[in-house]
Design a protein around this ligand. Structure first.
Ligand code: SAH
Length: 221
């Protein structure tokens, strides 16, 4: 059948194909990550006038003055985290919920926290609507981690701290991996991969990035 609806579907399919192509050309090559990102519709996590840009490889504004990360960065971080199907993952910085929804395709269970109640409320509604039953979303200052649910196989931080927060390092299982941006918010930040070995932590610098800062305490919305 042809007509406006058909054209729109074809247009959307083409945009989604370009979306996956952009991921690959930025180095997201792990088939599990690409499949996960193909399954999660970024358009559901972006509101209003920005929704039509959901399939472009750029960060976009969300509520509470925050941003949904650039898809290629989400892909590279997810790839570096090397999540397995039995893993329990903590994400600090729920934001729109997009990154958590991608992680939910790969992990057994995902805990995600944000300091803004409003973002947690909106993301929780989305997770329910999308049937993502293995994601738990909570309001908390994520620099302290989630002591009640710890330890974690994987930890992903999507806001920049000056150094990896001590409680997060402690809540990582031996053999576990944490990926996070470090550096001052208005300067160059680097994506770091921390692996917890038997006798200590191993640090690997991945690439320069730019994230909103990890802020202490809860937001007022
Ligand atoms: N992962 C998100 C994007 C995150 S933007 C997505 O996929 O859309 C960074 C988020 O980190 C913001 O929502 C911000 O409120 C949150 N944040 C900053 N400091 C925090 C803290 N101490 N604890 C929890 N969340 C924090």
């Amino acid at each position: 059948m042809t007509g406006a609806g058909g054209d729109e579907d074809a247009h959307l399919a083409e945009r989604k194909m370009r979306f996956l192509f952009a991921l690959r050309s930025h180095g997201v090559t792990d088939p599990r990550v690409l499949t996960a990102m193909e399954k999660v519709d970024r358009g559901r996590f972006v509101r209003g006038i920005f929704a039509e840009r959901a399939y472009e490889d750029m960060p976009l504004p969300i509520a509470c003055g925050q941003t949904i990360s650039q898809p290629s960065v989400v892909g590279l971080m997810t790839q570096a985290l090397n999540v397995g199907p039995r893993d329990t993952v903590l994400e600090v910085g729920t934001g729109s919920g997009y990154q958590a929804a991608v992680l939910a395709q790969l992990a057994r269970r995902v805990y995600t926290v944000d300091r803004w109640r409003r973002l947690v409320r909106e993301a929780s509604t989305l997770f329910r609507d999308l049937g993502l039953v293995n994601v738990t979303c909570m309001t908390a200052d994520g620099s302290f981690g989630l002591p009640d649910q710890a330890p974690f196989d994987r930890i992903l931080v999507t806001a920049a701290a000056e150094d990896p927060p001590g409680p997060l390092l402690q809540q990582l299982k031996p053999g576990g991996i944490m990926v996070l941006p470090v550096g001052q918010s208005d300067a160059v930040q680097h994506l770091i991969k921390v692996t917890r070995g038997d006798r200590g932590y191993d640090y690997e610098e991945l690439r320069p990035v730019r994230f909103v800062p990890l802020v202490e305490g809860l937001g007022n919305e």
